[in-house]
Structures are given as structure tokens and as C-alpha cells.
Ligand binder design. Structure first.
Ligand code: G3P
Ligand code: MG
Length: 264
């Protein structure tokens, strides 16, 4: 289990799927928008196309966030690149293309941002295949201080830890909707850095237990800093939000005295 380590930045505000409140989720435009709005970290989902290309995408299909339909697992990179993945969100984003992991990493590197990469394993897809196709390039291109890899899928997390056994080189985040009773079994087994839980299901008792163990606790997906306020007192370390600027502005306005950003 990782304890406090000054080498790591602890992200307090993470833009969920990029700045998804203001730009089409999981696109280059959403990450650029997050950066332009003052966010330093983004959360993005990675999956594989049918031809094995890692892309930044949330759903198993393309219907909700593109001008087409069908399964991601049946797309090639060439066909995926013909989709319009911005027009559904707003006319100004028309022509936006599905981001490959490769292109997204280039943008993250250029902007100097932190990345919480979620390994998204859709039903029927292979967790280890996703990990082996995506993680080595991520590790080669981002520093440990700008990366947290998370997943709901335990096989994906296990495979990720096998790719990089050293927890100081790869921070893993265990995603769940709520922490199971024996939540530490998974974090210890995986030498995990953090738990990522649904803030609406979090109970104070569990949050304090986690804080006592110094496992970092991130909560998704919260968009109201007022409602969220009590969770900081429970020991929550960071929030994954569709619009972190609401939290940043709330803090800057002095509505809440949160501790200064700290190292993990
Ligand atoms: O990583 C937190 C959050 O992204 C998990 O849920 O469905 O938005 O990927 P989802
Ligand atoms: Mg996600």
C-alpha cells in the first residue's frame, strides 16, 4: 500500500471525461477546454476498437456521442475516424474526431496535464488485451506523477499491476460504486493508491476508515460544491466532476477553506 510520498501530486479536482459539461466528452476538445478553464487533471476512458486501436471512449457503442451507430468492437480506426463525435454536443464542435489514445497522450503531454485513465472494459471485451494494448505506451509517455490508472474491472487492474509491479511507478485506483465491507483487501492486493467511489453512496464511517488508512479517496461524479462540502470534512481527497471550475470558483470565492493542494 502506498503511504504519503512527496513525489506524487494529489489531484483535488479532476475533469470527468475532460470538461464534459462544456465540450463533447472524451474528446481532444474536452481536454483542451479543461486546460483552458484552469483544470490540471482529466479523467478519460480508454477502450479498444475492433482492430485493436486504443481510443478514448466511454460507451460500448457510438450512438449516444456520434452521428452514427454500432459497436465500438466492430469499428476499424479508418471507419472510426469518419465519425463526427462533436456535433451531438453542439454545432461548434462539429467535425471533432474520436481521439486515439496516441493523439490524446500527445495533447496531455503538450498541455502538461495529469491523467486519470480509466480502463473501460465493456461486457464481452477482454481486460488484459486492453491493458497490454494501452498501458505500456501510457507508461512510456507520462511520468508517474501525472498518471493514475483506474478501473471497475479487477482483471484489468490485476493485469495493469503485472505490467508495472512498482507502485511508485504506477498508481492504481480501484473504482467501485461503493466500498465493499472489506475494501482494503483489493487495495492491498493491488498495491493501490486510491479508491474511486460514487459520492452519493459514500457514508461518513467508510470515508473516515479509508482516510485513516491513508488510501486516497476520490469521488465521482459530483457537480455541486455546496452539496459536496461535507465530504471534504470526511477526508475525501479529490472530486471527479463534469465541471471542476464550479469547485475551483467556489473555493476561490472563499466559500470554503479547503486545505492547500498537497503532495500525496
Ligand atoms: O472514473 C470515474 C467515472 O468516470 C466512472 O464512471 O461511467 O463515468 O466512466 P464512468
Ligand atoms: Mg470514466
Amino acid at each position: 500500500m502506498i503511504r504519503s510520498d512527496a513525489r506524487f501530486e494529489l489531484p483535488r479536482y479532476i475533469a470527468h471525461r475532460g470538461l464534459s459539461a462544456r465540450a463533447p466528452e472524451n474528446t481532444l476538445a474536452a481536454v483542451q477546454a479543461a486546460h483552458d478553464a484552469g483544470c490540471t487533471w482529466v479523467e478519460l476512458d480508454v477502450q479498444l476498437l475492433g482492430d485493436g486501436t486504443p481510443v478514448i471512449w466511454h460507451d460500448p457503442g457510438v450512438k449516444r456521442c456520434s452521428d452514427s451507430r454500432g459497436k465500438l468492437s466492430q469499428l476499424t480506426a479508418e471507419r472510426a475516424n469518419k465519425l463526427d463525435v462533436g456535433g451531438w454536443f453542439g454545432a461548434q464542435y462539429r467535425g471533432e474526431r474520436m481521439a486515439t489514445l496516441d493523439a490524446m497522450l500527445a495533447l496531455i503531454q503538450r498541455l502538461g496535464m495529469g491523467l486519470n485513465l480509466e480502463l473501460k472494459v465493456a461486457r464481452g471485451r477482454h481486460a488484459a488485451e486492453l491493458v497490454h494494448a494501452s498501458l505500456p505506451t501510457v507508461l512510456a509517455r507520462l511520468s508517474p506523477s501525472q498518471l493514475i490508472v483506474s478501473s471497475f474491472n479487477r482483471h484489468a487492474l490485476t493485469a495493469a499491476r503485472e505490467v508495472e509491479p512498482d507502485p511508485s511507478r504506477l498508481r492504481l485506483g480501484v473504482l467501485d460504486d461503493k466500498a465493499p465491507k472489506h475494501w482494503w483487501r483489493e487495495t492491498e492486493r493491488l498495491d493501490a493508491y486510491s479508491l474511486h467511489l460514487d459520492w452519493r453512496k459514500l457514508k461518513i464511517k467508510r470515508a473516515r476508515e479509508i482516510a485513516d488508512e491513508q488510501i486516497k479517496l476520490f469521488c465521482y461524479t459530483a457537480n455541486d460544491p455546496v452539496t459536496f462540502e461535507k465530504l471534504w470534512d470526511w477526508g475525501v481527497d479529490g472530486v471527479i466532476s463534469d465541471d471542476p471550475t464550479r469547485f475551483i470558483d467556489y473555493e476561490a470565492a472563499g466559500e470554503r477553506q479547503v486545505p492547500a493542494a498537497q503532495s500525496a
